[in-house]
Design a protein. Structure first.
Length: 201
């Protein structure tokens, strides 16, 4: 549903689509518990508020306690976040644990770098991930790699996005930071999303 709503925006840039999109996203994410696995990340984005000193990862034992308490409090939707959650060595076990105890919706908030490996996408799906909140600010290699802090990771991220859309039925929510680098590329962004839909249906 969410992916369809995102694709709907590509029909035109008519703002009449925005309320329907917002409504769909709000319903989908209502009651979502955001679990931060730590601040460590495999990128150094120029706009990130977490500096280089924020490198810690929370232990599996602590994270299990947190998700169990969240479930007791009535949460049934969870997003694994960071930092970058895919660099946590116990992510797959933690996802599987949330599935076992009864979380009904399990999302991954990611920059996508590690998901360039389709094998890892399959591992995440088998563990219980059902959708992705995907950070991509601009569909332009030079500009996006600049925002990544100079890391040459844009090809990996595009490969990951195509891998998710081509091998899973996950809804994908794209998030972007709008700043002086990206503001002039919003139309291009929507057109790129349209091209992805054309490719993957």
């Amino acid at each position: 549903m969410v992916r369809t709503s995102l694709w709907a925006l590509r029909e035109t840039l008519d703002t009449r689509h925005v309320p329907a999109l917002r409504s769909a996203l709000e319903a989908y994410l209502d009651g979502l518990f955001k679990l931060e696995l730590g601040y460590a990340c495999n990128l150094a984005c120029t706009y990130c508020s977490a500096g280089p000193d924020y490198k810690g990862l929370r232990s599996l034992a602590e994270l299990r306690r947190v998700v169990e308490r969240a479930f007791e409090l009535g949460y049934r939707k969870i997003a694994f976040s960071g930092g970058e959650p895919t660099i946590h060595p116990d992510l797959l076990e933690l996802v599987a644990h949330t599935k076992r105890i009864g979380f009904e919706l399990r999302l991954l908030a990611t920059n996508g770098v590690k998901l360039a490996d389709e094998g890892y996408i399959r591992e995440l799906a088998l563990a219980g991930i059902q959708g992705a909140i995907f950070s991509l600010d601009v569909f332009d290699e030079e500009k996006q790699d600049g925002l990544f802090g100079g890391a040459n990771r844009y090809p990996d991220v595009i490969r990951a996005l195509n891998g998710i859309l081509g091998t899973t039925d996950w809804p994908v929510i794209l998030t972007a930071v709008v700043n002086r680098v990206t503001a002039d590329h919003l139309t291009q962004y929507v057109e790129a999303v349209a091209a992805l839909q054309e490719k993957h249906g």
